[in-house]
Design a protein around this ligand. Sequence first.
Ligand SMILES: *[C@@H]1O[C@H](CO)[C@@H](O)[C@H](O)[C@H]1NC(C)=O
Ligand SMILES: *[C@@H]1O[C@H](CO)[C@@H](O)[C@H](O)[C@H]1NC(C)=O
Ligand SMILES: *[C@@H]1O[C@H](CO)[C@@H](O)[C@H](O)[C@H]1NC(C)=O
Ligand SMILES: *[C@@H]1O[C@H](CO)[C@@H](O)[C@H](O)[C@H]1NC(C)=O
Ligand SMILES: CC(=O)N[C@H]1CO[C@H](CO)[C@@H](O)[C@@H]1O
Length: 668
Amino acid sequence: MAFTASLKRLLAGLLFVMAIFLMILYFNETRSILKPASSFFVTNYETRHNKIKLVGVVAEKMRIPPEKTWSYKCVNNRCIRTHYSSKDVKRTTFLTCSMLCGSQTLWPEPTVKSLIGTNANSFRLADVKYKVQTPFKHVESLMENAFSIFLEEIKQIRRASGGKEKSDEMKSSTRSYRESTYAGISSSSSREIETPAHYRRNLTTVNIYVHVIKTADVHLTMNTDECYNMTLSNERQIIDVRIYANSFFGARHGLSTLQQLVWYDDEDEVLKIISTAKVEDCPKFPYRGLMLDTSRHYFSVDAIKRTLIGMSHSKLNRFHWHLTDSQSFPFVSKFYPELAKYGAYSTSEIYTHDDVKDIVRFAQVRGIQIIPEIDAPAHAGNGWQWGPQKGLGELSLCINQQPWNAYCGEPPCGQLNPKNNHTYLILQKLYQELLELTGPTDYFHLGGDEVNLECWSQYFNDTDIRSLWCDFMLQAHHRLSVANNGQKIKMAGVWSSGLTQMPCLPTKNFTVQVWGGSQWPENYQLLDAGYNIIMSHVDAWYLDCGFGNWRATGEAACSPYRTWQTVYKHKPWHSMRLNKQQLKQVLGGEVCLWTEQVDESVLDARLWPRSSALGERLWTDPNDENDYAISKETFKRFSIFRNRLVQLGIKAEPIFPKYCAQNQDECV
Ligand SMILES: *[C@@H]1O[C@H](CO)[C@@H](O)[C@H](O)[C@H]1NC(C)=O
Ligand SMILES: *[C@@H]1O[C@H](CO)[C@@H](O)[C@H](O)[C@H]1NC(C)=O
Ligand SMILES: *[C@@H]1O[C@H](CO)[C@@H](O)[C@H](O)[C@H]1NC(C)=O
Ligand SMILES: *[C@@H]1O[C@H](CO)[C@@H](O)[C@H](O)[C@H]1NC(C)=O
Ligand SMILES: CC(=O)N[C@H]1CO[C@H](CO)[C@@H](O)[C@@H]1O
């Protein structure tokens, strides 16, 4: 009794505190609804050539506590956790052990060759020198920006591990110091107390030379050469890093690999880098995508940037931005602002031209192309209501019509009017401004999925309603060329559907993003018809699945949850036994995050680290000997990579208990 009474009092107290907290939140919220940037801090870079804002977005309070109670020992290529008691021997941190003991830790694993040394040097950021050698000015300035990001992220990693900005300066206090260059770390020899001057002598200068040789192109295409090779060599107190690539994109991948050879040692309070390495690396697939739906829920520019940061480290290179759908229309068109006015969830849940430009530049310097999609003709309702008022007729039909399940796949309904010429003009203008914002491309997504014939047949009595879809897609495709200054865009993307089985879209001009099951016959049918395809199989690469049914009717078609192992092990080109020609038609794959049940508060956890599993599947396409098990070595690398994402401010899901992260191989 007494217990429940005090419990009640405690609960009442808690409720009161929460109420106050919520009130404070509310008042803060009402003041700055637009960009909830208060929890983020923002760093700007300025380049020599022009002022570009390359905002680094990192969660401020992301801290990984140093594990002062444990030291790690390399035994038989495994790091063994031991209790740390002796205060006169320095502890070996988990990362320092893991980076130098056993198999290398790069994610995604390099494809051609990777020899990673097992020695490390300590360095200060101030002693990192950088030189880019390229005849191309644009490449040079982008590489410089990429390098600034490299430095800034290393600072962030240090900060997240409890290191201070100051530690880049020389320490003034005398401190115990263990050898910074490890010659096999299983020895636990310690050194005497050393002076700061001595400490300085043991720091290495890191010279990074980047050579971009062949192409001036700074816009990603399906043919971009993303290969690079990299060597790290160590002579005395100098480490020379040489990165060779044919394009900016290859060189940037090299820099991102290099970053994975750097870590912060929270015992020595110093940054460390592997001292010797040789890497040759080339992606297996040119299209390595991640799709985010910003219509079911809105995501802030900061949240999208965080997503791009995760992608850049996972070597994913296409951000497919499912910008609009029938639920909302957040894009503010210069030509037709009515679309957002009638279609956005609120006046702050919008993307302006400046927002898109900001995101495009943020992505480009991270090696990522932005591929916007205005889904059409289906999945277009809210935002398109104003036609009749402006004398343009019905632009979209069945908007919000009930019962929804008669007229669309999910509420609310809406499907563009295929017989209104104004509808096409609006699309053309939207394509035009999006192309201006995202830059030259050889691939543009037209949507095209899940047309509901019942919706249209209420209005039209054509003998074959399906041909309305063909005509619509061909007209949209024509308008795309007009929007692109009359220049044809090599490939237009459409989602697969029953309609892509009709041979009406020319196979040379359309690429089909296959989202049906990996066993569905459409996979073969589309390949045999001659289409290039991008795979987004619902049974492996849909990240929104497994969170139950969000509506009263209709089955939870999408369950269960796709684990990172499912994402990783999905290798359809293998299970489908594709021949050489068919394999050539597979441009790559894409994870999709539909956001009926996702908003910013859970975004990171839905995407990461599962999307990174796709990163390795498409970059490396590792040949697992055993189809059923994922190797211990993969678990180790993935766990370390996931922790890197956390250090960078991404709230990635853990893949197992922390005990298993600390005790390599013991849980798998
Ligand atoms: C590494 O890049 C350089 C410069 O392109 C090239 O000469 C060399 O052949 C490359 N090495 C390999 C193994 O590809
Ligand atoms: C539709 O509009 C385009 C310009 O956007 C025009 O060239 C074309 O003639 C129009 N077609 C019809 C049938 O009105
Ligand atoms: C249906 O077709 C008939 C001619 O076959 C035409 O007179 C009528 O206007 C059409 N109705 C609609 C809704 O298009
Ligand atoms: C379709 O592709 C072919 C071959 O690349 C090209 O010649 C043709 O112009 C394209 N058509 C359109 C409408 O883009
Ligand atoms: C590990 C390492 O390089 N330690 C060196 C630190 O500096 C002293 C003095 O220069 C050398 O004797 C150590 O070998």
